[in-house]
Design a protein around this ligand. Structure first.
Ligand code: NI
Length: 203
């Protein structure tokens, strides 16, 4: 091999190694970011003080529900699918719990303060179960509560109307108002009832 050819080969090989290196670093960075976005916050950092208004117009805080197992869900009454399904599953799960259901207080916190007045919420939650309590507040109060629960939501404009993107997990707070666990409601009412029975039977 001529020196020129050898030098050419060397440049080519170096180029390949550099390219492979960049590719690996790129993949690592992407994985890192992916890991970050699904990382769950530390358990102790979920929940905390909030000030909202319930569907009867009464001011409530996290202390209002002390002594009960609080089941917190964020959504909005115009939601086409996830919210009605979840609320209906919560209602079914509570029925399955029998008398234990008295120790659970489900609250539906609206992230759509523009449309979900206490009156609208009362009518909506009542259609699923008289046990579910709708909560709302000023945009700022709801933002604070969502932030406490590390809940994401966002308004999405659709022509002359809008919808809301929102997290769909159920948050369980113990009778001491401290965060206990999150439940993915997509497991259905039976699984939800099972999980709640397990938790409530503890205290
Ligand atoms: Ni929804």
């Amino acid at each position: 091999m001529s020196p020129a050819a050898r030098r050419g080969l060397l440049i080519l090989a170096t180029g390949f190694i550099a390219l492979a290196g960049m590719l690996i670093i790129g993949l690592m960075l992407r994985d890192g970011r992916k890991g970050e976005s699904i990382a769950t916050p530390a358990i102790s950092s979920v929940g905390g003080p909030f000030q909202l208004v319930d569907q009867t117009g009464r001011a409530v805080t996290e202390e209002t529900f002390r002594g009960k197992w609080l089941l917190v869900f964020f959504g909005f009454t115009y939601c086409p699918d996830v919210c009605p399904t979840t609320l209906s599953d919560v209602a079914l799960a509570l029925n399955r719990l029998g008398p234990l259901a008295d120790r659970v207080q489900p609250v539906f916190v609206s992230v759509d303060t523009g449309r979900d007045t206490p009156e609208v919420l009362a009518q909506y939650t009542g259609a699923f179960s008289s046990r579910i309590l709708g909560l709302t507040g000023t945009a700022e109060q709801v933002a604070t509560a969502a932030n406490m629960y590390r809940v994401f939501y966002r308004r999405v404009d659709q022509g002359d109307t809008y919808t809301m993107d929102h997290s769909t997990l159920l948050y369980v707070m113990g009778p001491d108002t401290k965060f206990v666990t999150r439940i993915n409601p997509q497991g259905g009412p039976e699984r939800l009832a099972e999980r709640l029975r397990e938790l409530v039977s503890r205290s």
